[in-house]
Design a protein. Sequence first.
Length: 344
Amino acid sequence: MRVAVIGGGVVGLSATAALLRRGADVVCFEAGEPMGERSAGDTRIFRLAHVYPDMVELAARSRALFAEWNPEFVDNVGTVVSGPGAGAWADAMAAAGAAHELVDPGSPLLRLPARTFPGPALIDPAGGVIRVDLIRAFLTGMTTGHVRQAHVDALEETPAGVRVISGAEADTFDTALICAGAGTSALAAGVGITTPPALEHHLRVSFPIRPAAPEPLQCWITEPSEGVLGTYQHRAAADTWAVGGDIAPALVSWENGRPAAEQASLDALTAYVAEHLPFVDPHPTATIYCTHNPDLGDGLQFARQGRVLTTYGENLMKFAPLLGEMLARSSLDDTTPADAGPQG
Ligand SMILES: Cc1cc2nc3c(=O)[nH]c(=O)nc-3n(C[C@H](O)[C@H](O)[C@H](O)COP(=O)(O)OP(=O)(O)OC[C@H]3O[C@@H](n4cnc5c(N)ncnc54)[C@H](O)[C@@H]3O)c2cc1C
């Protein structure tokens, strides 16, 4: 079967690799650098912890598939979720049968760059740092010769199949899979699939870790509380702590423009680090920018129209190997995976 995959981010490359393993004839269309948009950068957080038990179970399946790819792809330092709602995350972990501990901020089980914070804290021992740099090398190797550098302008269903139109070129496939990140809504709308189109600017900022920090630092998600930002934080490189956060929507709105949104995010995250993280030096060393959809929660969503399947969601890195398998199977079977999380 000939399959077109639109988008060579981590989701599209994972699906391409899974389709190739099943013997499909695949072309992955990528407009820029593979894994150069929302999948850019060196690291992400892996966690089983979610507030929906079905997402915890899917994350456990994804964790096993990461280990099949290569056990070194997730650095298993653990992930902590802290704040007033940590109990609800613990309930979902318990319902899914996942190992976890709910502790107070003073617990000796915590290794975080802060001495105190609004608790309680959920420890997810299966969490850790996803080594995106290793995964990029792995997936580009697995898909060599199957990635075509081209911007897809439109898809069109015809009696002969799905036409993939790119500039003056067109190629016809038995089936097509849209995994185009920020480009998904526009392409999907052209074949009658509606996905949430809103975009926001998002910035993650890196700072030096101070030598006295506990080791090995756990990844950390803090819920917003008492006027303090909600954040996600983890070790990115050897001595680097990466922090992203829920900046006020007006400051990162699409209309605010990228430069102003980046500056507002940089200012807010630097102020957060200076005030709350004594083991991190509040002098930014690097940033990663991406677009983000404010209307998508921590879930997995799928839609099909005829022979075109699409997926969309946020925080998809941790699900990459599982999504690759699910999308490959459904592309070849003409089925649609069930949504999970808020919509599941
Ligand atoms: C700073 C930051 C921190 C994050 N933290 C986490 C985290 O801790 N844990 C986690 O699990 N996830 C995290 N995420 C989210 C995760 O990285 C993304 O959800 C995931 O990488 C998305 O992959 P994707 O393949 O869907 O999209 P992308 O990587 O954006 O890939 C889509 C690709 O499609 C291509 N494309 C778009 N339109 C077209 C077109 N018309 N024709 C051809 N090609 C096209 C683009 O060039 C792009 O390469 C984070 C993301 C960022 C940016």
